[in-house]
Design a protein around this ligand. Structure first.
Ligand code: HEC
Ligand code: HEC
Length: 172
């Protein structure tokens, strides 16, 4: 299997998204745990890593490894982001905030029909009530989750990348 180079492409400007996860990785390493990212080429089976994943690693992970990464790698970073944006609204931030009530029964399918349905126009020209959260989504959530999972972010140049519609349904 091809060895995937991890972390080398992490831009300093992303420190906000990664600081918590990297701190976790260091703590693990200090305790003698493995800090090798999943699919890092250690020879063992893909294992969940607390830090941002290398490109391609997420796709290669099985269900258990993904679940573990969500818990230890994504949740701490994203919970902090959502709470920093609105601590009251996201006081109970958990798996179901993104995945919907089905998460409690092990259904993690996305997009989540409980999230607001979006149109391209709503993304580009949000009304006054949704300006702040739309900006937060575009500045922190979309790029933050994409980087944690080692996925390319959606852009006109990378139309298959990770974007708003990974989580949100489209207005029919
Ligand atoms: C910030 C939003 C967010 C939160 C919070 C979140 N997830 Fe996820 N989760 C995602 C996204 C996005 C994906 C899909 C990534 C992809 O494959 O495009 C995903 C995928 C998964 C998958 C893989 C599903 C599959 O079929 O491959 C599992 C399992 C999962 N999440 C479990 C959890 C658990 C457990 C929690 C809580 C500890 C959690 N998630 C919290 C956004 C979130
Ligand atoms: C990783 C999953 C994920 C991605 C990607 C994502 N969102 Fe969200 N979005 C959420 C969650 C979770 C909420 C909060 C729902 C809640 O408050 O209960 C939310 C809330 C919103 C809301 C508020 C809806 C309302 O009725 O108050 C808007 C608007 C929004 N997102 C727009 C966007 C836009 C625009 C993008 C792309 C730039 C985007 N989102 C990307 C998960 C995501």
């Amino acid at each position: 299997m091809k060895t995937v180079i991890a972390r080398s492409s992490v831009a300093p400007s992303l420190a906000w998204a990664l600081a918590g996860a990297l701190a976790g990785a260091l703590a693990l390493a200090a305790c003698g745990g493995s800090s090798t990212p999943a699919a890092g080429g250690g020879g063992g089976p893909a294992e969940a890593a607390p830090g941002p994943l290398a490109a391609g690693a997420w796709a290669a992970m099985d269900h258990d490894a993904r679940l573990e990464f969500m818990k230890r790698g994504l949740m701490p970073v994203m919970a902090a982001e959502f709470k920093a944006f609105d601590g009251e609204r996201y006081a109970d931030f958990d798996c179901s905030t993104c995945h919907g009530p089905g998460a409690a029964e092990g259904n993690f399918e996305l997009p989540n029909a409980e999230l607001a349905a979006l149109s391209v126009d709503m993304i580009m020209n949000p009304d006054d009530d949704h300006k702040a959260i739309t900006e937060f989504m575009g500045a922190k959530v979309k790029p933050g989750v994409a980087r944690l999972l080692g996925l390319a972010e959606y852009s006109p140049a990378t139309p298959d990348g990770f974007g708003c519609f990974a989580c949100h349904p489209m207005v029919p």
